[in-house]
Design a protein. Structure first.
Ligand SMILES: Nc1ncnc2c1ncn2[C@@H]1O[C@H](COP(=O)(O)OP(=O)(O)O)[C@@H](O)[C@H]1O
Ligand SMILES: Nc1ncnc2c1ncn2[C@@H]1O[C@H](COP(=O)(O)OP(=O)(O)O)[C@@H](O)[C@H]1O
Ligand SMILES: Nc1ncnc2c1ncn2[C@@H]1O[C@H](COP(=O)(O)OP(=O)(O)O)[C@@H](O)[C@H]1O
Lengths: 112, 416, 416, 416, 112, 112
């Protein structure tokens, strides 16, 4: 099993969600983070002074999937999150040692 | 100043301040209901109009609405810049207060009316287009309507139609204009797919509380003097709000098991709207009826009609204000009583003949036609010069960022 | 209308609007103090009552409280539906304003009093049970108490007890009822284990600010006319609030090193409560004493007594309003002066004999007995028909979800 | 009471309540603009002063400001504890209302003025030092200034300088004191590095809305009677606010492409400030000019001057209130007209000679000197006893924690 | 060392916390996430229309523990978080390469 | 590649950010969490009662870096986040299986 962690633009959330649902990925954890990267901040105006924001709001979606689904998921994320401009975000993949479904106590792949 | 009554003047000035506060109240009522990425834009729709409509009123609005009559439909420019409007009373409008105080009080109505409309086009209309719309709409729809209904020589007034505090002039006109504008603008992206998400319901309640408070100025202030009539309008206002609040909770309890806070706030507002045309004309018991009935009507409009017809009136301006005050105007035709207010020359249907009801229906019809037609034309004309709607990208980024370059709560994390 | 003074009428109408605004103010004062999963329920407790108590007042409340006397304890139904209550003044209550204005002003008190109680049972009482409680409590406790204290023929009034703006009728009765109700309802789960967590202290400050503002209507409006007495009550009110705010900050500084915002807001409210029975009777300097002393008393009640006795008065209604106004009633017995208000026939203890003090103690005692006993019986009777408390699961999910099917701030992440 | 007009009294009492509400309004206006770890401290700066300045006013303030004159600069202690200030009018100040009502109204000004200053030193000044500063500053700067400008026998008043509702006494004095205090205190850590981050812009809008509402009491209440002058001041106030709101949005549109909500709120406040000294003296059209011009001036001060000079006026008290009311005072010298108010004996520059303008400039100069010099000395003296600034660690932890032991929104996650 | 990541219902937070404290697990990171899974959303009523929420608030608790404690921790979580209804959540286990205590610079197991 | 997860005091955020920027680490995800650990809670006063908070706000910074940078990053974090008092926080290191830049589709080290 792998954990896939995608950092995307907030306005892509619904599209990515739909793209994932389309390939039957339904277990997801979503959170908002503040990101720094190459993307220069949005400019905001504060009483006549333009300020550049260091940290930009991003959405992080994490899902644990079985090994065979990894590439499919990555593809779906890229397709739905990509705009081509700097700041589109990243996908990180990690190994998962185990998964347990609290309700049933099932472990491993069946628990997903 | 001869003829000026200090108690009456105080009442009208305080009422003016109360009505002014309703617009910030509306900003919170509306602002709490939109997604968090659109809250500042939604609030700015109201605040910006506080600036624009105030200046317009001083410059030409008062004169066009209440100035010397032209053909029963509009006032002349004689009082432009409020020239000649000063400390002496205008006996035709309010004999015991400075004419300036009357002009001030009416100004507050000219502010909140276009602000009401912005709720329907929330989350997708360009801010600049909103301000332009307000400017033109005030001239094309509001000033003539106010003149016809309330101005000396206005033909709806002469017809005998009653509108105590702006049922037609303010609420029906705003509600119908809102409906037309939101249809022309089109639905929000994802509307109907993702859930509508009021981002801050306590703000909605704050807005409803301020509106209730301010509405005493709106309705009881429309007596334009302190005393028995003001007290009467004060109580009908409170009673209708209370009854509508209870009946909205009741409906929700029946249909959805649980009374919601958003529903309660909505009930308050429709109850206040519905009693507006009737406040100084109907008995107290009628206020209970008016309030109790308006919630089911609006609720039906919002939860069935809107879904059926498929328009995207974001914050239900038509459902609340339009439907609410069409009912209010009809109810005035039913329940108006000369025992309550000697200015009622034709009694309501239940007390006498149907004359008043006919005038009421005509007045409502004219209001719908003028507001609907006017808005249609204005939106089309604006569309010739600019796209009134933001781009899809701007819509999904949120209007706070795209229209104002800000975010409302930058140090709170969350998802819209 | 003969005998009507427009300035007085304006003052009472404005005061009524101010007192109405106190209930939304209370909703924020209370709502900010609960956990975020319970904020809507807490606010709805106040807002719902704005509907219910308004309608009840028009229907029967005013008549039962101020109508023709029966045996010194209750008014008759003669004025039910406000029949006969109109533009002419009622000389026994307020000779220079429409009787309707008096009825309106008093209505606002009948709204906020049961709303106060809901703070004690917050975070665990069923919403429907709260409304039923309010309905019955108004009839069994509030109307009789208001009649006894203020109604023409009321026996506590005849006894010579003084209660300028509702120390007993509003605050002691709400505080004691709150205490009894929260004890019968039982503690919140995890109460005493996890920390109490006001989720939004700026809302508490907003509420306190609106309460301060509205309280001018509450107290100075109780002069029922504009002029010297209203001005006097206005200033004692402000002074007591200020003194109590300072003394609460001082206590916190002494005992916990730091003055808190929640403490400051609490100080404001107890200072306003304590002066309520005394506002139009005592000299300005006495207002400083009353305010300065009430904070230590309430603070002691909240931080020691409550812990000792182990009841779970969630938002300290008894500690603030009960203790605060028992002190206020006693202070009236100490400091009332006929130099301030000729209506004071027996001077306070420090100026003369103890007659007034005896009446005050009797009135407070009767209030405690009626409110405490009444609440006990009502809660027990309600308990026969329904469980007034939500289930443990509903409590931990939060009452916003379980009672109203909503969440207050859906797009903000956080932990309750 | 002979000579008392109930309508006038009602107006002044209501106005007093409105001005009281401005301080909570200010707390939200300011509180929304600071980082979330400092919001309670910023709000408490205003709330604490509501306690302190009220008590001081009753004790000595009114007497020092309005009591029997000493040398044109200060009032005597004759009326300390408000002794002798009661129901009878003081003809020199307000002949138709109780002297007590006048004292109450003026108290509200003595509360908000020091509260304004706290915006400049936000996010870094010790809370205790703020309260001590307020105490001393009221005695050293405010009471003398109020006396000189408004007190019977005050030399600036005798000079013929006009200040309708506190342009100098309130705003210039607060703005200049704020500037001096923030320079002496030094910059915030990271100021100029990390971005300024208003944490809750809807709160800023709420504050601006409440300020607008309350300012009607501030300015129109300063007529001290109901009637034509009050109505006139009411309308100039609204008009200037509206014009300044529009011109601020316009500037932002021109220079930064987008009108912001924070800018709109700022425009409202500077427009209200600028009209304050002029409200009852200038024609309505002049109010448009005053409002329209003040926004560019303040905007320039805030976005260029401040950056150039490098002081850290956290919430731009000098830029808004100082610059705004220096302009307002000068504008009074330009536009004051005896046609508007017969109390204007020397007309403004555009109507007549420059006499009035000279008095205005002297009055502004004296205000700057007294406020600036007084603040300098007070800050230095306080510095002898305590460090007025929190430690760096306390500053980065946030003043809510370090000064009050609280956090404002404990159940919302986010980053400051 | 392993990282244990548990996604549970918000109303279970206090119980899970206590259960963990009982077995001496005190170092925890807690955050709120929005989760999708099999659990159908809560229904909320919006002006007469019932809407179903896609994303439900969940609490995520993360703790790094030494290998020997893993099973004990999982058991404690399951016992305290289980209600038996859909939506009880999951436990994920990951490998940890290293841990450093900032205060002391200690590394590995002693840093926990 | 490794993921470095640092839990630090909120008031250290800006300093750590600067320290990381100084060694050219610019891709970061920042979030606020509530932490429990050895540090006793801040005391807050609730109407005259002192309450101790169980959970303290902490800032979590996560960054994925190439293996060679790991020690450098840890050092920078420790230096900028350390106060020496209990509650300074921890640094956790995890293996990363893969990284993809959404904008370009690059994978592995070049995607960082
Ligand atoms: N090495 C990294 N480690 C952790 N998060 C990263 C890393 N690089 C980028 N991110 C996250 O991805 C977001 C987008 O990255 P950015 O460099 O702005 O754009 P792009 O991925 O298009 O080059 C950042 O805001 C940050 O949150
Ligand atoms: N494969 C997964 N990857 C990440 N998070 C998951 C996954 N499956 C479930 N979750 C999280 O666990 C929560 C509960 O899962 P759900 O399927 O609703 O119930 P249950 O675990 O009882 O079957 C979801 O809201 C989601 O946040
Ligand atoms: N084993 C752990 N697993 C996850 N998070 C931890 C662990 N130990 C500590 N933490 C996090 O680090 C923060 C600081 O730890 P604490 O024990 O208070 O101080 P110190 O690291 O100085 O000993 C905690 O609030 C918690 O969020």
């Amino acid at each position: 099993m792998k954990k896939i962690e995608a950092v995307v633009r907030p306005n892509r959330l619904e599209d990515v969600k739909e793209a994932l649902a389309a390939i039957n990925i339904n277990g997801i954890m979503i959170s908002q983070i503040m990101g720094c990267g190459r993307q220069k901040g949005w400019k905001e105006i504060y009483r006549g002074t333009i300020v550049e924001l260091n940290f930009l709001p991003k959405v992080r979606m994490e899902m644990v999937v079985s090994d065979k689904d990894v590439e499919k998921v990555i593809k779906a994320i890229i397709q739905s999150a990509k705009t081509g401009e700097i700041g589109d975000g990243k996908v990180f993949v990690y190994d998962v040692a185990d998964v347990i479904r609290i309700r049933t106590g099932e472990r491993g792949d069946p628990a997903l | 100043m001869p003829g000026i009554n200090s108690g009456d003047t105080t009442w009208v000035l305080v009422s003016s301040a109360l009505v002014l506060l309703m617009t910030p109240g509306l900003a919170f009522f509306y602002g709490g209901m939109v997604r968090r990425k659109n809250v500042l834009n939604t609030m700015m729709s109201s605040y910006g109009i506080m600036g624009l409509a105030s200046i317009m009123w001083v410059a030409i609005g008062f004169s066009m609405a209440f100035g010397p009559d032209f053909g029963g439909v509009i006032g002349g420019f004689n009082w432009a810049g409020l020239s000649g409007v000063g400390g002496a009373p205008n006996p035709g409008y309010a004999p015991t207060i400075p004419a300036l105080a009357f002009a001030i009080f009416q100004m507050m109505f000219a502010i909140i009316t276009p602000a009401l409309i912005t709720g329907a086009v929330a989350e997708r209309m360009k801010y600049s287009a909103q301000l332009i719309f307000t400017l033109v709409w005030s001239i094309v729809v509001y000033y003539p309507l106010a003149h016809m209904m309330w101005g000396t020589g206005g033909w709806l007034k002469n017809l005998g139609a009653l509108d105590f505090a702006g049922g037609n002039v303010v609420h029906v006109s705003a509600g119908v204009s809102a409906l037309v504008a939101c249809i022309l603008l089109g639905k929000r992206k994802h509307h109907g797919v993702s859930s509508p998400t009021p981002h801050n319901i306590p703000f909605v309640l704050l807005g409803a509380g301020l509106l209730w408070f301010g509405w005493f100025g709106f309705n009881a202030g429309s007596a334009l003097s302190s005393g028995a009539l003001a007290a009467h309008a004060f109580l009908t206002t409170n009673t209708s709000a209370a009854a509508a609040l209870l009946s909205w909770m009741l409906i929700e309890r029946i249909f959805n098991k649980k009374p919601t806070a958003l529903g309660a706030a909505t009930g308050i507002v429709v109850g206040l709207a519905a009693i507006t045309p009737a406040a100084g004309f109907v008995p107290i018991w009628a206020a209970i009826v008016i309030g109790f009935v308006v919630s089911p009507l609006s609720w039906f409009g919002i939860s069935f009609l809107k879904r059926k017809l498929g328009y995207d009136d974001a914050l239900d301006v038509f459902g609340c204000h339009g439907i609410g005050c069409i009912w209010g105007g009809i109810a005035t035709g039913l329940f108006a009583s000369s025992a309550v207010n000697p200015a009622v020359t034709n009694q309501g249907l239940i007390f006498g003949t149907g004359n008043l009801m006919v005038s009421q229906l005509i007045a409502i019809g004219i209001t719908i036609a003028l507001a609907g037609g006017g808005t249609f034309v204005i939106m089309k004309v604006i569309g010739l010069f600019t796209k009134p709607r933001v781009t899809l990208r701007e819509e999904s980024d949120g209007l706070d960022h795209s229209q104002h370059g800000e975010s409302a709560y930058p140090s709170f994390t969350g998802l819209d």
